[in-house]
Design a protein around this ligand. Structure first.
Ligand code: SAH
Length: 232
């Protein structure tokens, strides 16, 4: 077990793993945002032929979709069950990619400067030391690589929408999915990136309209947001 992992967090994702590919399950939000984030990534760093690592891949929703675009993808996670589900799902879908149970830090030590694209989505808010994950992602990146992170902002609105709204009012996520104290402000994430030698290119907000039930990318980074950085 990596020192930079919270066993309770990993257990939460393992307990739900069987439902990972059920688009009506607790993972519905990940299914719904996936086309948006995939198109954003592919628009910036066309994925075909790229060496990609997806850190904290879970059941592989993003990993598999990047592989389907022609990328050579390794998905890594520290929860065994979601990785098993990911491995079974790729057999079903016939998409070629690899999964491994290894920490970002250990993979970076084994395969430094090896990837053209590094993704780490909806994961930093679940780890004890997110800055160390960002640094490991930077170490995994080749010079010139593109890195993409997403997480949840920390403010009253994010608490209201991502915790109270999503978990208690709308019931979109199981209660206890998110720990407000671990949410990360864009200013903090950009600092982690700069400290890791990465250049911040763009920050995009991701908003959910509970009336239309549609997600969209835009300027509002108050709650969910994504960041594009490069290793120059
Ligand atoms: N990135 C995926 C899954 C997000 S859910 C997606 O956006 O579709 C968060 C994932 O992070 C879970 O699979 C959980 O097991 C994983 N995770 C939590 N802590 C981790 C750590 N320290 N190292 C690797 N993965 C971790």
């Amino acid at each position: 077990m990596s020192a930079n992992a919270d066993p309770i967090e990993l257990q939460k994702f393992s307990d739900l793993a069987a439902k990972w590919w059920d688009p009506t399950s607790e993972f519905k939000p990940l299914h719904e945002i996936n086309p948006l984030r995939l198109a954003w990534i592919d628009g910036i760093a066309p994925l075909a032929g790229k060496q990609v690592v997806d850190v904290g891949c879970g059941g592989g929703i993003l990993s598999e979709s990047m592989a389907a675009k022609g990328a050579n993808v390794l998905g890594i996670d520290l929860a065994e069950k979601p990785l098993k589900v990911a491995g079974l799902h790729k057999l079903e879908s016939g998409v070629m990619l690899d999964y491994e149970c290894i920490s970002a830090e250990d993979l970076a030590a084994r395969e430094p400067a090896s990837r053209d694209v590094v993704t780490c989505m909806e994961m930093l808010e679940h780890v004890p030391d997110p800055a160390a994950i960002v640094a490991a992602c930077a170490a995994l990146a080749k010079p010139g690589a593109h890195l993409f992170f997403s997480t949840i902002n920390r403010n009253a609105k994010a608490y209201a929408l991502a915790v109270i709204g999503a978990e208690y009012v709308l019931g979109m996520l199981p209660r206890g999915t998110h720990d407000y104290a671990k949410f990360i402000k864009p200013s903090e994430l950009t600092r982690f990136c700069r400290q890791a030698g990465l250049n911040v290119r763009e920050i995009r907000g991701m908003s959910y309209n509970p009336l239309t039930r549609v997600y969209s990318l835009g300027a509002d980074t108050d709650v969910n947001y994504l960041i594009h950085v490069t290793k120059d």
